[in-house]
Ligand binder design. Structure first.
Ligand code: NAD
Ligand code: WQD
Length: 340
């Protein structure tokens, strides 16, 4: 019999791609999501790709009563991947309580119910944001964390600590904290991808929406950083590679790893905003209209990951080349926008 995994936030961007990776690896997947930032259609996409539609329960992780019923039905699960959270940095500054309640309230409920129903493993979506402005690059898992610069970032730092304390008190629970760098792209089939609400905050969907003519031009935030070409540098990781890392993390725990594991998930390569624009043109043939704009408040000038630990311990590394990732992002945008 296949092992069952609960995926909270499984209808979202990273969650839906992870459902594909889990199903393709032989797991039985149950999605808990309240569709607050996603659409149920994403699970139809998962079904078209894999031939299997994950079971779906519409539940808010902050509602302990409803979440308990959902867990009770799936007490045979061997793990939880907890994606469910809000992720807009700016919104978290203007509405911090919304973020603390949703991101931390949801996590606490999930941990409580894992304990109650003896579900032994959790994978948590953390973020490179926990490193703040790092002093040395690339960042390893040993790089000191910086005080969070937004309530969103604070929920990731606190989330990690809540999990560490929980595992210390209840060692029957094992955890993996995955610190994502910048996930981009879509499934190569264009059946699933990122669906931002309104004007995108993140670079990749802004690029594809500009290419599709939805936005007039891309604002490039700052050209005078102390980086090789003056533009901010990030570690853009293919969403399908990122999804596969969750399977690797689960397998590691299911084969006996205990305690709390922490892993950076990136490519190990830094790419500047201008390099990404150039690579997008090379991959898709679309020359993007852009303007240099002032720096965006709070932006980290440069960050990329050292991912040796994930490679050594999880036997995972990013393999999809950037041009394929950019082509998949554009294929998905064309699909969403009905462009031939
Ligand atoms: P997303 O918004 O596409 O997915 C999150 C999903 O969780 C959505 O389907 C949403 O409806 C659901 N959700 C939110 N609150 C919920 C609740 N209380 N109960 C049930 N469902 C709820 O976001 P994503 O990009 O897929 O991100 C997934 C996780 O990864 C989040 O925890 C996010 O903070 C983290 N993360 C994302 C990035 C990124 O750049 N996308 C980077 C680092 C970390
Ligand atoms: C990337 C680069 C911008 C938009 C954020 C969160 C982080 C994580 C991922 C969840 C930067 C530049 C962007 C635009 C631009 N999320 N840019 N024009 O800032 O690395 O990280 O998302 O955990 O927590 O902070 O990603 O995609 O917003 O920006 O020039 O219209 O693109 O200045 O250099 P970021 P991003």
């Amino acid at each position: 019999m296949s092992q069952k995994i609960i995926v909270t936030g499984g209808a979202g961007y990273i969650g839906s791609h992870t459902c594909v990776a889990l199903i393709e690896s032989g797991f039985d997947v149950v999605v808990f999501d309240n569709l607050s930032n996603s659409q149920i259609d994403s699970l139809d996409g998962v079904a078209r790709i894999t031939g299997t539609r994950p079971e779906f329960i519409n539940v808010d992780c902050t509602d302990i009563t409803a979440l308990r019923s959902a867990f009770a039905t799936h007490r045979d699960a061997v793990g939880v991947i907890h994606f469910a959270a809000f992720k807009a940095v700016g919104e978290s500054v203007s509405n911090p309580l919304l973020y603390y309640r949703n991101n931390l309230g949801g996590l606490i409920n999930v941990l409580d119910l894992m304990r109650e129903f003896d579900v032994p493993n959790i994978v948590f979506s953390s973020s490179a944001t926990v490193y703040g402005v790092p002093e040395k690059l690339p960042v390893t898992e040993q790089t000191p964390l910086q005080p969070a610069t937004s309530p969103y970032g604070a929920t990731k730092v606190m989330g990690e600590n809540i999990i560490r304390d929980t595992v210390r008190a209840y060692p029957q629970i094992s955890a993996t904290l995955l610190r994502y760098f910048n996930p981009i792209g879509a499934h190569p089939s264009a059946e699933i991808g990122e669906l931002p609400n309104g004007i995108p905050n993140n670079l990749m969907p802004y690029i594809t929406q500009t290419a599709a003519g939805i936005r007039e031009y891309l604002n490039v935030f700052g050209d005078d950083y102390d980086t090789p070409d003056g533009f901010c540098v990030r570690d853009y990781i293919d969403i399908n590679d990122l999804a596969r890392a969750h399977v690797a993390a689960l397998r590691h725990m299911l084969s006996g790893a205990t305690g709390v594991g922490v892993f950076n998930l990136g490519t190990g390569q830094g790419t500047s905003v201008m390099e990404l624009i150039d690579a997008f043109r090379d991959a898709t043939g679309v020359d993007l209209p852009y303007r240099i704009a002032p720096r965006r408040a709070g932006d980290v000038p440069a960050i990329w990951a050292n991912c040796d630990l994930a490679s050594r311990v999880l036997n995972w590394r990013a393999v999809v080349p950037l041009n394929e990732t950019l082509a998949s992002a554009w294929r998905w945008q064309k699909h969403v926008s009905g462009i031939k």
